[in-house]
Design a protein around this ligand. Structure first.
Ligand code: 5RP
Length: 227
């Protein structure tokens, strides 16, 4: 029986095959944040010299990449990247996701938006029929915290401030439990439109393109269904 850590490792290794397929001296790889992304970063170290550079979705991942001697660029220096690799807190069969358990959701969404393909890596426990059991992280400008919390409560959610946590952008996170996510794209757009919200952790309007889900019997690959 493989442990969750071994499953995460398997998912990270599977994503390295995608890196192998696109590796070239001018190629930039987008890198996510979290414990599964950390394993991907450690594996990416062996591509030093075969890829041009990386872009990280958090200061934490940037430090880990640099620690391996990989070049880390500012996103403003990058026009495009073939893949962005990151984990998820929940993912459904349409490859919609909830992300932000590590608080890096905004930078994750931004870096992913520049990549041609989002490769989600996770153990199979993250695959859900319907999202919402994992509290939805919402990054909020500090002065809008209470105003946004009231709007989220009107949607039926119970927002909780992530105590003692400040994002890389200097903002706070509200973790919202109890939301009924029936139309993830509509809910993502609605919450993102509340004044004071930087972004919410729903990645549905632009979800993953490929999910590499590690199971006890190997990698299960899901591709985004045609719209
Ligand atoms: C960080 C994220 C992570 O991708 C998500 O929390 C999954 O993390 P892990 O790989 O540690 O389970 O969105 O903001």
């Amino acid at each position: 029986m493989l442990s969750q850590q071994q499953l995460k490792q398997q998912a990270a290794d599977a994503a390295l095959e995608f890196v192998d397929a696109v590796a070239a001296p001018d190629v930039v790889i987008g890198v996510g944040t979290g414990s599964t992304a950390d394993l991907f970063i450690d594996g990416l170290a062996r591509f030093k010299g075969r890829i041009g550079a990386t872009v990280a979705s958090s200061e934490r991942s940037a430090q880990r990449l640099a620690g391996h001697g990989l070049k880390v660029l500012n996103l403003n220096e990058v026009g495009t990247m073939p893949i962005y690799v990151d984990g998820a807190d929940e993912i459904d069969a349409r490859l919609h996701m909830i992300k932000g358990g590590g608080g890096a959701l905004t930078r994750e969404k931004i870096v992913a938006s520049v990549a041609e393909r989002f490769i989600c890596i996770a153990d199979e426990s993250k695959l859900v029929e319907r999202m919402g059991k994992f509290p939805l992280p919402v990054e909020v400008i500090p002065m809008a915290r209470e105003a946004v919390a009231r709007r989220l409560a009107q949607l039926g959610g119970q927002p909780h401030l992530r105590e003692g946590f400040v994002t890389d952008n200097g903002n706070v996170i509200l973790d919202v439990s109890g939301l009924q996510i029936t139309d993830a794209c509509a809910l993502e757009a609605r919450i993102n439109n509340f004044a004071g919200v930087v972004t919410c952790g729903l990645f549905a309007i632009a979800g993953a393109d490929v999910a590499l889900l590690a199971t006890q019997s190997g990698i299960r690959r899901l591709d985004r269904p045609a719209a």
